[in-house]
Design a protein around this ligand. Structure first.
Ligand SMILES: Cc1ncc(COP(=O)(O)O)c(C=O)c1O
Length: 325
């Protein structure tokens, strides 16, 4: 067994070049001073990166904290956060810790957005995860637009959008009720610095800032995030390689008789069509030092989620799978 397990269970990104991290670690830091209150330097860099204004960004300690602030600020104290299920289960925790209720709205059997929209009457904020974790599918943009037209506040969690051919950025100028959340944890390969952000109309961002703890992103993380944007070429190169690896892994898994959904993220959602159950598959791989994500929920329990790794990690996974299935 390997000394250190291979983590293909957390959707981290291990495909960035060593030189990227070397550059981010040679920063000139003012550790005696407080960081800027609302990560103004990051907001400014993001503004340039997206061609938007710096006051359209709310930066926080991970996009989890951004979502936490959105639920606290935009959902009344007896209000309801709606989200589609299956999705990122942490939404429930974040809503509940703010004493907000949750309505889980089932996705269709093919994991697309439901045709009915009657749930809108029962919720205050709707979260759409696209590409969706764990199904790896991007949600239909026209459908998202039709929900925005209903004037409910819509949060599109785009934690994995860099891996997708679709995103909701072009809708920002048209809709006051749209907030997009993104993160440095995935495509930017910086889960360790805990920096995520929201993009919206400046008025929404102002409201959110009023409710969020200032100074919540430390000097080190702010400097690393700024430098990452300045070194975005490395991220683009890793993105291209991830997409090549994603195609490779998809094809090889299909060859091993796995049913794999066409992924728009840095992970694959698949169902082994063998006698072996997903939990047993998880256990057998864990014995070999490879961790993937298995699910307990009834609707997902035949599926596993596998993060796209480096070519070496992917080959090691495929070698083990060949022996197991
Ligand atoms: C869909 C989704 N949203 C948000 C997050 C949290 O991201 P962050 O690391 O920025 O808090 C994750 C992390 O896995 C995620 O999968």
């Amino acid at each position: 067994m390997n000394q250190k397990p291979i983590h293909l269970d957390l959707n981290e990104n291990h495909l960035l070049a060593d030189e990227y991290y070397e550059r981010l670690l040679t920063l000139d830091l003012e550790l005696a001073d407080y960081p800027s209150e609302y990560s103004e330097d990051i907001c400014e860099r993001l503004g340039k990166y997206y061609g938007l204004k710096s006051d359209q960004f709310l930066v926080a300690n991970g996009s989890d904290m951004v979502l936490d602030t959105i639920f606290k600020t935009l959902v009344p104290s007896d209000g309801v956060v709606g989200y589609f299920e299956p999705s990122y289960r942490y939404y429930t925790f974040l809503a509940n810790r703010n004493e907000r209720k949750v309505l889980e709205i089932p996705l269709e059997s093919d994991f697309t957005l439901p045709a009915t929209t009657s749930y809108i009457e029962d919720i205050d904020v709707l979260v759409i995860c696209s590409p969706n974790n764990p199904t790896s599918l991007a949600m239909d943009k026209k459908h998202i637009e039709s929900l925005l037209d209903k004037e409910v506040m819509v949060v599109v969690d785009e934690a994995y959008a860099e891996y997708s051919s679709e995103n909701c950025l072009t809708l920002l100028s048209r809709y006051d009720n749209l907030i997009i959340t993104r993160t440095f944890s995935k495509a930017w390969g910086l889960a360790g610095i805990r920096v995520g952000y929201a993009i919206s109309k400046a008025r929404n961002i102002m409201l959110l800032r009023e409710d969020m703890m200032s100074y919540n992103v430390n000097v080190l993380s702010q400097a690393v995030a700024v430098s990452a944007i300045d070194n975005q070429g490395f991220v683009e190169e890793a993105l291209e390689r991830t997409i090549i690896e994603r195609e490779y892994l998809t094809e090889e898994l299909r060859y091993l008789d796995f049913n794999v959904l066409p992924s728009e993220a840095n992970f694959l959602f698949c169902r082994p069509s063998h006698d072996i159950g997903s939990l047993e598959l998880y256990e057998r791989l864990a014995e070999e030092g490879i961790l993937i994500k298995a699910f307990e929920e009834e609707r997902l329990k035949d599926h596993v989620r596998i993060t796209v790794g480096t070519r070496e990690e992917n080959e090691e996974l495929l070698d083990c799978l060949e022996d197991i299935v």
